[in-house]
Design a binder for this molecule. Structure first.
Ligand code: SF4
Length: 244
């Protein structure tokens, strides 16, 4: 049986299941599995769910070197509340960052899409590649209604570039369901969410949104058309998804 067939079968079996049921299945089914966390609302909800199923589960996070102070504060709170969690913080290669900022400037991302993609590649995509090396599956906090690009995503998908499973337990959840879970379970969350930051990335590339704006409108707002950072995009530019 191919990996794709396995994943298709799992996706059919998990259709309509709760995030906790999806996580229990994934944590029981895959030995080498880790949550990718940027410590946004979805990720902290998932951390709480995961810690209740497997307190010493693996979580990795990408420290780009340009995160907000509030993000480090929530990381510390999570480490305190879930001490058994095996949290791995990934950093970009120092030489690559040095070379990039010394030739193109510290805030190169504002100058062109090409520069922004280069910065995301050095600070996020490359470390993500290292973090997912050797894994059988990774878990994400993606939700279908976050961007139009995510509409076709499934609970379990094949990550074609890495040839591993990608698990999206919250794919069918709304923003309201995530927040209800956070408040009901007293989960630590990033204080920027209370200042109209629904989506939090690097400090210079994230802003608060206005009422009525898309939830991802605060990311790379100067480009207007691109709210994906490359972490969930295949090497040929498509979103990672099960089929097609
Ligand atoms: S989000 Fe901005 S600062 Fe962060 S890696 Fe991408 S371009 Fe660089």
């Amino acid at each position: 049986m191919t990996l794709q067939t396995d994943i298709d079968n799992a996706a059919a079996q998990l259709k309509g299941k709760s995030p906790q049921e999806v996580l229990a299945w994934a944590l029981g089914n895959y030995e080498k599995i880790s949550l990718a966390s940027s410590f946004g609302a979805e990720d902290v909800a998932l951390i709480d769910m995961i810690a209740k199923i497997k307190p010493d589960a693996h979580v990795f996070s990408l420290d780009t070197g340009r995160l907000n102070g509030e993000t480090y504060e929530v990381i510390a709170k999570v480490q305190q509340k879930y001490p058994q969690l095996q949290l791995r913080i990934m950093f970009p290669q120092a030489e690559a960052v040095e070379q990039m900022v010394s030739t193109k400037g510290i805030n190169l991302f504002y100058d062109s899409v090409e520069n922004r993609k280069q910065c995301c590649y050095v600070r996020k995509v490359e470390p993500l590649g290292l973090a997912t090396q050797g894994l059988d599956a990774w878990i994400t906090g993606l939700r279908r209604d976050q961007t139009a690009n995510r509409l076709t995503m499934e609970t379990v998908e094949l990550d074609g570039d890495r040839q591993i499973a990608k698990i999206n337990p919250l794919i069918d959840w709304s923003n309201e369901q995530v927040w209800e879970y956070i408040h009901q379970n007293d989960v630590p969350y990033n204080a920027l969410h209370d200042q109209n930051f629904p989506s939090i990335g690097c400090a210079p590339c994230t802003r608060a949104i206005q009422a009525g704006e898309d939830l991802r409108a605060g990311r790379w707002w100067w480009e207007m058309s691109n709210q994906e950072c490359g972490l969930h995009v295949t090497s040929d530019g498509r979103l990672v998804r099960a089929k097609g």
